[in-house]
Design a protein around this ligand. Structure first.
Ligand code: BLG
Length: 478
């Protein structure tokens, strides 16, 4: 009896195994299908924190991560753009995309119908108000003003939760058509009193809305992750787990974070407001010169404009303490080397500055890729090529990567510490200056690029947005 029972079990197991092999060979799993089609379809949204066009083409935090995941699978990335969150989720439900990568917060409700990947970032939900307007101090105050959020967002979910558990009188409006950019715009123009966005979105967009500020954090840290459909076949989800594990250890996650968020927070309220004012008042006078110089030296004119703002606030007669002068702040020595006769002449200054930056960019070793190459050329423009090289050497000595700005920017400030500079070739330098210099320029550059980007249509203040017909107003729970 015992013998035949064991035999029965063995037979059953063998049959099961055969069945699995047969079905396995008949129906390839998700990863096998993606590989045989040669493409990974990812659905996302067009926004500054996810996916957008910049001066060099398509980019964005989610886009870069998704591209790396497609490379990990050995296929090409195909982006599908959703207009709103509901379309985004329906794309993965209907299998029109393999995953959604769109600054999505893991929430209890969403967890019921999608499978979230390993989180790659933590954000909090922030209540945003207009300076000089009504500032809510706590959740209860949200009931006192007009509040708008995106439909199907984690913010709407949080409000529903607050309404049912704590503040039954809470009301707000939801619209599927509004992304963070539109919502912030409405608060900025005074059309509504408050909105809620994720902290990383506000950090990125704050520079465009100097009159907006964070009232308080509505939540603690919440994880962002990719969303996969809840199918039995979890092969793609498992592949993503391996990918995220590698991305953590090989530095990809920190590299992408540095690229999109590393320079944020540089522009404070006063700085952002001033930049906006000056852009409207002065940039017109010089943009032609920036464009011509950029063309001549194969640079982006908005980068030259951003540099010039950082250097002189677009004042052609600017003069530093040490006698550095003009729109692009050329030193006497550098001007001479470049053949610039009059540093106060806008055309000569811009042309000279552009030529100098282009020269530095070419001079860097070939293995330094963009955009790090440009950030390093900017640092050299400010502190000198020799000091930049010293910092790169310090990075190498310490096991860092001298071809990454992310590493080099940590070593530049050490050039002002004796125990480091006494061993470098070019000696002492105020090394933290080029670090803030580059960060500021990147920030100004972003603003100029986005203001010129047709997709994002960033804020022209006073131009009100009408709340569209499909805004749903969530009534109080009374
Ligand atoms: C830069 C020069 C570099 C020079 C470094 O100084 O000026 N760049 C230009 O002239 C465009 O050529 O490098 S070196 O030739 O290899 O030595 C170092 O000397 C300019 C910097 C200096 C800085 N702004 C462009 O970024 C400046 O104005 N500092 C003012 C300091 S203070 O306010 O007077 O204290």
């Amino acid at each position: 009896m015992k013998f035949s029972f064991t035999r029965l079990i063995t037979r059953l197991l063998i049959s099961l195994l055969c069945l699995l092999t047969i079905t396995g060979s008949v129906r390839p799993n998700a990863v096998e299908q993606i590989r045989s089609q040669g493409e990974l379809i990812v659905v996302t949204r067009n926004s500054p924190t996810t996916y957008f066009e910049d001066n060099v083409g398509t980019t964005g935090y989610e886009y870069e991560l998704a591209k790396a995941f497609a490379e990990h699978l050995g296929v090409k990335l195909v982006i599908k753009q959703a207009d709103n969150l509901s379309d985004l989720y329906s794309s993965i439900e209907k299998n029109e995309a393999s995953l959604a990568a769109a600054n999505l917060t893991i929430t209890d409700t969403r967890n019921k119908w999608v499978r979230f990947s390993t989180p790659y970032m933590q954000v909090s939900q922030q209540v945003i108000y207009r300076r000089g307007g009504m500032r809510p101090e706590t959740e209860i105050d949200l009931a006192k003003g007009q509040l708008v959020v995106s439909s199907d967002s984690s913010h709407a979910e949080k409000l529903r939760d607050l309404q049912s558990k704590q503040i039954p009188e809470l009301t707000w409006s939801e619209s599927p058509d509004f992304e963070s950019v539109g919502l912030l715009q409405m608060v900025a123009t005074g059309e509504v009193d408050f909105t809620i966005v994720d902290s990383n979105e506000f950090q990125m967009l704050q520079a465009y809305y100097p009159n907006l500020s964070v009232a308080f954090d509505l939540t603690g840290a919440q994880p962002l992750a990719w969303a996969f459909p809840q199918t039995r076949d979890d092969s793609l989800f498992r592949a993503s787990e391996v990918f995220f594990r590698n991305a953590q250890t090989n530095g990809l996650l920190s590299e992408v974070r540095e690229r999109f968020y590393g320079h944020l927070g540089q522009l404070n309220y006063v700085g952002a407001k001033r930049f906006k004012r000056q852009t409207a008042k002065k940039l017109d006078k010089y943009d032609d010169l920036f464009q011509k110089a950029a063309e001549r030296h194969d640079l982006d004119w908005r980068l030259l404009a951003a540099m010039s703002y950082q250097e002189s606030h677009w004042n052609p007669r600017a003069k530093s303490f040490t006698g550095v002068r003009g729109l692009m702040m050329l030193t006497r020595r550098t001007a001479k080397e470049l053949g610039v006769k009059n540093r106060l002449d806008p055309k000569q200054s811009i042309d000279g500055g552009a030529a100098y930056l282009a020269k530095l960019r070419k001079r860097l070793p070939k293995r330094i890729q963009e955009p790090d190459r440009t950030w390093m050329a900017l640092a050299a423009y400010n502190v000198g090529y020799g000091h930049l090289t010293d910092a790169r050497k310090l990075a190498i000595k310490d096991g860092g990567d001298d071809s990454r700005w992310m590493d080099v920017k940590d070593y530049l400030p050490l050039l002002s510490e004796k125990r480091y500079y006494k061993k470098t070739k070019h000696g002492y330098a105020r090394g933290s200056e080029p670090v803030s210099y580059v960060q500021n320029i990147r920030r100004y550059f972003d603003v100029l690029v986005w203001n010129n980007s047709p997709e994002l249509e960033l804020p022209i203040e006073n131009e009100g947005i009408q709340i569209t017909a499909d805004v749903r107003v969530i009534p109080p729970l009374l």
